[in-house]
Design a protein around this ligand. Structure first.
Ligand code: HEC
Length: 89
């Protein structure tokens, strides 16, 4: 792969993650949510979130702590992602 093609391949996903359409939940969680807790809080035996509704509430609470002011659509994508990957409600 040429250097130019490599740069484009590396930069495109970054550019996409700032728009609602190109939102990548997995990357977002890894980059923004792992600062305070890693993914083990989603799977621990005594996890607090016990329903889809609580998951939605908690994601919003954490989003406002992070100060990222996510779009409504992106919040929903994050909730879907965490639910599919960890919670399975
Ligand atoms: C400013 C620190 C901070 C950041 C950044 C943060 N969180 Fe949290 N989060 C917390 C705290 C504190 C808890 C409660 C942990 C506990 O109960 O032990 C928590 C708990 C959670 C839980 C519930 C875990 C359970 O017990 O079921 C979820 C889901 C969650 N966070 C999602 C997110 C997502 C998604 C992001 C990124 C948008 C994020 N968090 C970023 C502080 C943060």
């Amino acid at each position: 792969m040429s250097m130019r093609a490599l740069m484009i391949a590396l930069l495109l996903p970054l550019a996409g993650s700032v728009t609602a359409a190109g939102f990548n939940a997995e990357k977002f969680v890894a980059n923004n949510c792992a600062r305070c807790h890693d993914s083990s809080v989603y799977t621990r035996a005594d996890r607090r979130v016990q329903s889809l509704r609580q998951l939605d509430t908690q994601v919003r609470r954490c989003d406002s702590m992070v100060g990222t002011k996510l779009f409504e659509d992106d919040i929903n994508l994050l909730v879907d992602y965490l639910n599919q990957r960890y919670y399975h409600f």
